[in-house]
Design a protein. Sequence first.
Lengths: 194, 194
Amino acid sequence: MLTAKQKNVLIFLRQRIRSGLPPTIREIAQEFKVSSTGTVRDYLKALCTKGYIILSEKKSRAIELTEKAMLNIPIIGQVPAGVPVLAVENVEDYFNVDKLFAQQDELFFLRVKGDSMIGVGIMPDDLVLVKKQPIARDGDMVVCRIDGEVTVKTLRNKDKCFYLQPENKNYSIIPLTENSQIVGKVITAVRKYV
Amino acid sequence: MLTAKQKNVLIFLRQRIRSGLPPTIREIAQEFKVSSTGTVRDYLKALCTKGYIILSEKKSRAIELTEKAMLNIPIIGQVPAGVPVLAVENVEDYFNVDKLFAQQDELFFLRVKGDSMIGVGIMPDDLVLVKKQPIARDGDMVVCRIDGEVTVKTLRNKDKCFYLQPENKNYSIIPLTENSQIVGKVITAVRKYV
DNA sequence: TGACATTCCACACGTTTGTGTGGTATTATG
DNA sequence: CATAATACCACACAAACGTGTGGAATGTCA
């Protein structure tokens, strides 16, 4: 529903906000070569009523992007033969990088050592993105401290007891004792190339 | 070299900048309960001369973090027994999410179908982060169009010819013909849980 | 001890910036 | 066709904001 002008303004806002300093009304006017601040306010009002931005009163540069306006990296799904790969129809979902930012203090990457999780495709030296939390549920992949050692395992809850289950037949199940502590939950596995 | 006060100010700045709107001098004063704007300017000058922030003149909220001050998601490496997991000493590197942003238009995720790359730990339904580029080098993992079909394979260059090599013994090597086109290069593999 | 950085204060000046009013012309939209 | 939304303008006002001056207390380090 955005006009071409509004779309361009939104792109500019996104760019500037991401760079760390949202623009003032007059900076937007300069960017789009309009001589009146009233014109820019028309833009912003339109984007505001359409739900793309939120404005705070009497604060400089106070332009906030809504979830709707956030730019995400597209996830391309199954691509039928003969169709351009990056066509809009193929976009299955979006990977929201902005959200990663928001909870940054809660996250860390852990480099996996050993092959105890190779059964689920996690190889030695892979990175797992861990969300810090002291508890987890049955089936969650967790990072755990056992007597000072740190391991990645699948958490299992059987007969009112918790167990750490490796995803490799060469390793055995470890019961979760008082000396153990769940550091966090694996939410993503990442392997970087090059 | 930062004093406790300066460190706290920097943490506050980082928080506010990441949230999208850097604070004004008076907002900083309010946060730290000092009644003079001059005091805050002292803080900022110190952080500036020590190389943590960059200030622009006569612009509101114009506080920029330097690379030195940027907070990235820490990558935790090998953790020896008895040491807290998240201790600073264990930080192996940082995953710079800011850099992902910069080249956002060049990136997309592709959901992998099939098990032709299972030999390198890429499983069906995994996501690969692809950087758009029409050429690649021997050994690069690439996304390729062959007669309209899209596949992920390893690129091989032998005897002046290019081949697409699956990482699974059940599949065979495919020569790169004129009907084929390299869409981009896989730079990261990602698997999301939950 | 002396030079220096740090951490605070008060107050005033001038620019930046958001706000508001009142227009006009063009382009949807039902 | 009429109403609404859009896209522009000029100008003025008040609040927000960065800047500057001058001072004082404290701690650091050679």
